[in-house]
Design a protein around this ligand. Structure first.
Ligand SMILES: C[C@H](O)[C@H](O)[C@H]1CNC2=NC(N)=NC(=O)C2=N1
Length: 93
């Protein structure tokens, strides 16, 4: 059971371009077209399965919103921060 992060820990550990919204960390990625977003969502899903830590993924036209929280802990933990970092590194790949 991971510990909930403090407000300061979240603030300092949140990757660039991610924002905190209550018990979630959020980022919206923009794409040139819809299917690039769909493909990105698939990649995020694969990371989620590997990590066994699953975000909410909202696929819109030319953008994908990712929301992360640790449901069992009821807030933001290291698992969320780590997942955001993994998504960022895949996005940059
Ligand atoms: C039973 C529970 O859903 C599982 O242990 C995992 C699956 N994926 C999960 N994903 C997220 N974001 N939070 C969880 O607490 C979580 N729990």
């Amino acid at each position: 059971m991971a510990d909930l992060l403090s407000d300061d820990e979240i603030e300092t550990q949140l990757p660039d371009d991610w924002t905190r919204e209550g018990d979630e960390i959020v980022r919206t990625y923009e794409f040139d077209d819809y299917l690039r977003g769909v493909n990105f969502a698939q990649m995020v899903g694969e990371i989620a399965e590997a990590q066994f830590h699953h975000p909410e993924i909202v696929i819109r036209y030319a953008e994908v919103e990712i929301r992360l929280t640790s449901h069992e802990e009821g807030g933001i933990t290291d698992a969320d921060i780590e997942m955001a970092g993994l998504i960022e590194s895949e996005r940059d790949a």
